[in-house]
Design a protein around this ligand. Sequence first.
Ligand code: HEC
Ligand code: HEC
Ligand code: HEC
Ligand code: HEC
Ligand code: HEC
Ligand code: HEC
Length: 500
Amino acid sequence: MDSENRAPSYFRNWISVIGIIFSIIMFVTIASLFLLDFLFKVDNPYLGIVTYMVAPAFLIFSLILILVGAWIERTQRHKRGYVRRFPVIDFNNPTHQKWMYTAWGVITMFLLFSAIGIYRVYNFTESNTFCGRICHTVMKPEYTVYHNSSHARVTCVQCHIGHGAEWYVRSKLSGAYQVYSVLANRFSRPIETPIKNLRPAQETCEQCHWPQQFYGAVEQDHHYFLPDETNTQWKTRMLMFVGGGTPPYGKREGIHWHMNISNKVYYIATDEKRQTIPWVRRIGMDGKEEIFVDEESGYTAQNPPKGELRTMDCMDCHNRPSHIFKSPTDAVNEAMTSGTISASLPYIKREAVKALVGKYASDEEGVKKIQNSLEGFYQKKYPLIWSGQKDKIDQAIKTIVGLYQMNFYPEMNVSWKVYPENIGHFISPGCFRCHSGRHKTADGRMIATDCTSCHAIIAQGAPGAMETKVEGLEFKHPDQAVGEAWKDMPCFDCHTGDIA
Ligand code: HEC
Ligand code: HEC
Ligand code: HEC
Ligand code: HEC
Ligand code: HEC
Ligand code: HEC
């Protein structure tokens, strides 16, 4: 073919040229970021977004630009009267053959890279980095404490999404709305729970935990410090009856009795947080149905409250398997037990809790005021200890600041108070939402409340002077002044996570 009388390529126009330049730049950028990600495993959420979402979008845009330029050029030439519309391709022509092979190669490469790219996008949007670190402020509380939980090796999506295309798509649709609400600054602080569309536990938790396996009892040790000058110690050792999965294994009436294997429990809550549960239905193995109603609520078996009828599953008790925001008393007790806060400092339990529960506008303010309040206290009240045991005080303050940063997030209004834990009955109703002593059938049968239905206290008392009994002891309150008040009042009426 004679190049002299061949029309110049349609791609010779400014739009296409810009498109070509940008495509090359984007291609090189993506290729280098790709290598960076593969070779060095850089853990930066923004790198992922740029490599697998933003840059490919620009590349596709640039490629479209090339075609648009050519299209405009062609239309204009057509108007000016060019006759030839489409190039004639002749496979016997060696030049055309060469072009064909090149085009074929480029298209194959493009498809291959797109496939890898799409796969990487899929993986990336399922990663902890994507879930936890993109919306930095929003997810910071959950992301931080998650790393401290027994599920730190379980990915966010294993609990929040689970297997299957349907839930993947659903999660991305709601995810798109979440991205919008973050960009538009319309998300609630704190994030509302319970999560309305959380996938049922059968398809998440039970992929790893085998419900039938629960039997026998597990031992728990609780170590407490009273808020007095000597931080008086108290220990309680208990056996939790975690059985109940299947009758052949141990005690049938254990805690995991509720788990839909031999029994089903349904309930209706009258508040958003599912903390008030006046109406409970149980269907036993034999198909027998019983309805328990809170006798003070005014509802009856036939006249239930309005609201969603929920089937009880793991999350109704284990609502904090991974995002545990500890109460100040729990957090300080644990640190004192491990020795990172020295129990020999006078009033350290009381002062640490007091400092942690203060209202602070930001993380920095909290850290500073906690330091000031504790330093001020020892400087003023115990000058000898302040001068003689400064290193112990410094170590304690460092630990308390750490506890604050782990469990309190003023920017999101997150603390133990907004996310009540449903395991137990110490500082929130938990089990006592139903095991209240008021939930009864029409003929007066009550959901169990005696202290030994769920656990047995096998030892309690001051360390070194503990009374023990394998069959179980009656609970003794650590603060003698409280006496037997716990028999008439639930613990959470006095205990809130602060000093009672
Ligand atoms: C072991 C399972 C599990 C894992 C792993 C997990 N979550 Fe959760 N997450 C839950 C449960 C259960 C809830 C509470 C649901 C409720 O109360 O409705 C929750 C609640 C949340 C909430 C709502 C606010 C709150 O504190 O209740 C956010 C946000 C969240 N998770 C983010 C994450 C992120 C980000 C990751 C990964 C870094 C993650 N989750 C990993 C089980 C899990
Ligand atoms: C991908 C697997 C996986 C999934 C999904 C999972 N877990 Fe776990 N879970 C584990 C493993 C492994 C452990 C033991 C961790 C250890 O002991 O260090 C564990 C421990 C636990 C414990 C005991 C430890 C503790 O902190 O008291 C509870 C309770 C628990 N899981 C509840 C749940 C609940 C509820 C869900 C669903 C929201 C869930 N798990 C989802 C793997 C999983
Ligand atoms: C009625 C409330 C309740 C329900 C429902 C429930 N659990 Fe538990 N579970 C408990 C309590 C209470 C404990 C013991 C105390 C603790 O772990 O803090 C426990 C302990 C556990 C443990 C640790 C047991 C051990 O041997 O150390 C695992 C794991 C667990 N539950 C998983 C699950 C899973 C998975 C489900 C759903 C299939 C579930 N639980 C449903 C209340 C419940
Ligand atoms: C939604 C209501 C509800 C909640 C919340 C609840 N339970 Fe239950 N539980 C029941 C019902 C209903 C029964 C069956 C009562 C009956 O038939 O006597 C039951 C029975 C039990 C039993 C068997 C008692 C026996 O010996 O008869 C144990 C153990 C138990 N629950 C432990 C717990 C623990 C521990 C928690 C908190 C982690 C808890 N439950 C939270 C409704 C609930
Ligand atoms: C419906 C079951 C149930 C009943 C009834 C029950 N408990 Fe508990 N108790 C629990 C669970 C679950 C926990 C939480 C264990 C944990 O922290 O994992 C708990 C925790 C405790 C603790 C440790 C508190 C802490 O967190 O440090 C004490 C002490 C205790 N119970 C005493 C009692 C006494 C006294 C009674 C009788 C008035 C009683 N319990 C009745 C289920 C029950
Ligand atoms: C009438 C109010 C009242 C009731 C009810 C009550 N307590 Fe207490 N409790 C106190 C006071 C006051 C203290 C000493 C101050 C403090 O530590 O909060 C205390 C201290 C404690 C402590 C040691 C301090 C800590 O929190 O580490 C434990 C543990 C405790 N109580 C457990 C329980 C349990 C479990 C129940 C329910 C079975 C219960 N209390 C019921 C008032 C009460």
